[in-house]
Design a protein around this ligand. Structure first.
Ligand code: PBG
Ligand code: ZN
Length: 370
């Protein structure tokens, strides 16, 4: 006990004892207070001196900084964009405060901000004008992501463009693959997914990030990229992508809600951990350069086990629902946004993620600057 602490303790003890001894105590003190008096005055409490004092290294800010194990860096974050056709469009997404659907001209303005903040990369999602059953907008040369990629690379050559490679936003039924008789077909989907990846690389994408969860997609994409002269373009595989309730706000943003059923015949069951490691192993065997766990916060155990298992870089997707929960609580004044966001992202990093896709990226980069 420090001097200050023992002072407080004895003042409190005397106050109670005083009133107790004056005979007022019987009426006025509670049972709990009397028990405390008894504890302080009658019991024999041995004094303990700890052998090891962990608090030594916590005693001042410079010491805490010196021994800090995990650090956040702006370059580790990927910031997502939701792109629509047109000009001068910037539509707020109501469930994701601060995030917009925007046209390419508006995106270029925000990209400048992203670069100034020291962030190194953006992730592109496209919302096409027309959806169909072959996801034409996903792989077309004039698709929204292809156009946005060309503009970004022209204006900001050093900003990494990560292309989300999936079909759901471009399909009229909203599923991540070809649908036949209500089934989501695996092998026929691979061809369109690979075609999409090649068109994104041809537009200048620096990283291909398939999020569809079809079997064999990493091999299919790797072969297609290599066959078209893109052998140097890395694949960031959404390897362990769970069928999560936390994608709700994203589906508003990307207009990609499945029109029937759900995604549990291809995305993973939240209850399964070993299966996630199999998915990761398979993607590595098929040629993934970076593996991803998604969402991040309920799956820190998977990130941590993946960290033990592979030497590849690991990405985690701090998804829309994780973002919205924090924003909603902060808007209500229930939590301190900056403090909580930094804590959550530090936790994801400590668990083993090298890279984090997050809608908080701009805020974090600006906090890290100051
Ligand atoms: C679709 C896709 C999803 C996300 C990224 N790509 C969700 C889904 O499966 O509907 C989720 C991202 C987020 O919630 O922030 N392939
Ligand atoms: Zn999809």
């Amino acid at each position: 006990m420090t001097a200050a602490e023992s002072d407080i303790f004895s003042v409190y003890t005397y106050k109670i004892r005083d009133s107790y001894e004056k005979g007022q105590g019987m009426k006025e003190t509670t049972t709990k207070e009397r028990a405390q008096v008894q504890k302080a005055s009658e019991f024999q409490i041995p004094r303990v001196t700890p052998d090891m004092r962990m608090r030594r290294l916590r005693s001042k800010a410079p010491l805490r900084s010196m021994v800090r194990e995990t650090h956040l860096r702006p370059e580790q974050f990927i910031y997502p964009f939701f792109l629509v056709e047109g000009q001068g469009i910037k539509t707020p997404i109501s469930s994701m405060p601060g995030i917009h659907q925007q046209s390419i001209d508006e995106m270029l303005r925000e990209a400048e901000e992203v670069v100034k903040l020291g962030l190194g990369s953006v992730l592109l999602f496209g919302i096409p004008k027309d959806k169909d059953s072959q996801a034409t907008g996903a792989w077309h040369e004039e698709g929204i992501v292809q156009k946005a990629t060309r503009e970004l690379k022209k204006n900001f050559p050093d900003l990494l463009v990560v292309a989300d490679t999936c079909l759901c936003e471009y399909m009229d039924h909203g599923h991540c693959g070809i649908v036949h008789n209500g089934n989501i077909l695996n092998d026929p989907s691979l061809e369109i997914i690979a075609r999409t990846a090649v068109s994104q690389a041809a537009a200048g994408a620096d990283i291909i990030a398939p999020s569809d969860m079809m079997d064999g997609r990493i091999a299919a994409i790797r072969q297609a990229l290599d066959a078209n002269g893109f052998e140097n373009i890395p694949i960031m595989a959404y390897s362990a992508k769970y069928a999560s309730g936390l994608y709700g706000p994203f589906r508003e943003a990307a207009e990609s809600t499945p029109q029937f059923g759900d995604r549990s015949s291809y995305q993973m069951d939240p209850a399964n951990g070993r299966e996630a490691l199999r998915e990761i192993e398979l993607d590595i065997a098929e040629g993934a350069d970076i593996v991803m766990v998604k969402p991040a916060l309920p799956y820190l155990d998977i990130i941590s086990q993946a960290r033990q298992m592979t030497k590849l870089p690991i990405a985690a997707y701090n998804v829309s629902g994780e973002y919205s929960m924090v924003k909603a609580a902060a808007a209500n004044g229930w939590i301190d946004e900056k403090r909580v966001v930094l804590e959550l992202l530090t936790g994801i990093t400590r668990a083993g993620a090298d890279i984090i896709i997050t809608y908080h990226a701009k805020d974090v980069a600006s906090w890290l600057k100051n």
